[in-house]
Design a protein around this ligand. Structure first.
Ligand code: ADP
Ligand code: MG
Length: 401
């Protein structure tokens, strides 16, 4: 399996070579011709920490993700081999689901459990799954949702069962929330199942209404992995969720007619803030400003006002750093390095924070030079070799061939 992050190959030919590689690995291991499925990872153009408060998000699927070669088994066992982890697990379809064990296989076992719990009508069968991925794990590019969605498609595919795309997204979110124990919103699973090539998706996390937003090829969205993931990330994420719940509780008391934060008018936001602790008021400020920025970003993209799009990225980063307090030295450094390159319109941290990736908007012609400069300067200043690539926007998860 080639590491596509080091190539700028077109998605179609890369998909072809990855598919050929996983088919041949499956044939060697099992002597059978498998079905192959792909589910993409994603970036998020703007809107962090807004999904679990019923806000708007603007994700887009990327060229990297999870690949599964699969074949039905005669028994009632789902046998999953992750090439990345070089490990195999067995999950029984008819046995009581085991407890999550903070292990990669929780994401597969969770999908087996959630599919059956949510859709008793499904007739699943045993399956042999071989998983490859070319999206980095734990970097905020949603390897978890791409794995969950790919496992769901593979299980449904070999059993010749069908489920709608929204149902698949909901099942996979449930697997991650209730089984694997990670409190994510629905954004990652939704984009993996609803993406379109060369589009972002504006998703209302409250109503689950969505709209496709075309992305011009005149500009590149550059992803830079800082290579750090600070240990406090998980704890701080849960803390932010708790802080947001405090905000939502006060919102319900003070403005019961406003169901979600994003419905607040500016003067209501100010009145609400006076009733909150200074910390909670800053979290509220981020949620409100970030939701407004999503709307403004959609307008900017639809009008191809890319300088404005860049300003919004910088404003988002400032808000995440100062109001939501989820940035870190490496993210700030990567954003600063990107921002000083000619041809760059804006940059921000992406994802939950405390490490992971940044997103930089650059003129397409400048993009190669910008990526080289970012790599050189980050290596020199942080002492870490970053992974950097320009996103190519993929379609939704599905069967290949
Ligand atoms: P992200 O989704 O941003 O990559 P998460 O922490 O949500 O980060 O999910 C990462 C976890 O998902 C990994 O640590 C691993 O447990 C699991 N995972 C994702 N892809 C695979 C894979 N191909 N093989 C095994 N585990 C995987
Ligand atoms: Mg994830």
């Amino acid at each position: 399996m080639q590491d596509a992050r080091s190539t700028n190959q077109e998605p179609a030919s890369r998909k072809g070579s990855n598919t050929a590689a996983i088919i041949s690995a499956f044939r060697v291991a099992h002597g059978l011709d498998p079905q192959v499925f792909f589910a993409p990872g994603r970036i998020n153009l703007i809107s962090e920490h807004t999904d679990y408060t019923g806000g708007f998000v603007l994700p887009a699927a990327i060229q990297f993700g999870t690949w599964i070669a699969s074949h039905a088994r005669a028994d009632r066992v789902v046998r999953v081999h992750s090439a990345t982890q070089n490990e195999t697990v067995e999950i029984g379809l008819d046995v009581e689901p085991r407890q999550a064990r903070k292990h990669w296989s929780d994401y597969a076992a969770g999908v087996v459990w959630a599919l059956q719990a949510q859709h008793r009508e499904l007739q699943l069968c045993g399956a042999e799954l071989l998983i490859h991925n070319d999206v980095p794990l734990g970097a905020g590019l949603s390897s978890s949702a791409s794995m969950e969605v790919c496992v769901a498609l593979a299980l449904l595919g070999v059993a010749r069962q069908e489920l709608g795309t929204l149902d698949i997204a909901v099942v996979c979110q449930r697997a991650e929330n209730e089984f694997a124990g990670a409190r994510c919103g629905i954004m990652d699973q939704f984009i993996a199942t609803h993406a379109r090539p060369d589009h972002a998706v504006l998703l209302d996390c409250d109503s689950l209404q969505s709209r496709l937003i075309p992305l011009a090829r005149t500009h590149h969205w550059i992803v830079a992995n800082t290579g750090v993931r600070h240990a406090l990330a998980g704890g701080e994420y849960n803390l932010r969720r708790a802080e947001c719940e405090t905000v939502l509780a006060q919102l319900a008391r003070q403005f019961p007619q406003r169901r979600v934060v994003r419905d607040l008018l500016r003067h209501e936001q100010s009145a609400l803030a006076t009733q909150l602790s200074p910390v909670a008021a800053r979290r509220l400020a981020h949620l409100c400003s970030e939701n407004r920025r999503v709307g403004e970003m959609v307008v900017a993209l639809e009008r191809c006002e890319m300088a404005r799009a860049g300003e919004l990225l910088l404003a988002s980063h400032a808000s995440l750093r100062a109001d939501f307090e989820v940035s870190c030295a490496e993210l700030d450094l990567m954003v600063a390095i990107a921002s000083r390159q000619p041809g760059v319109l804006g940059a921000r941290m992406m994802g939950g924070g405390f490490g992971g990736c940044t997103l930089t908007l650059a003129d397409a012609e400048a993009s190669e030079r910008v990526m080289l400069a970012m790599r050189r300067d980050y290596r020199a200043e942080a002492g870490i070799e970053p992974e950097i690539f320009a996103a190519q926007f993929s379609g939704a998860a599905g069967k290949i061939g």
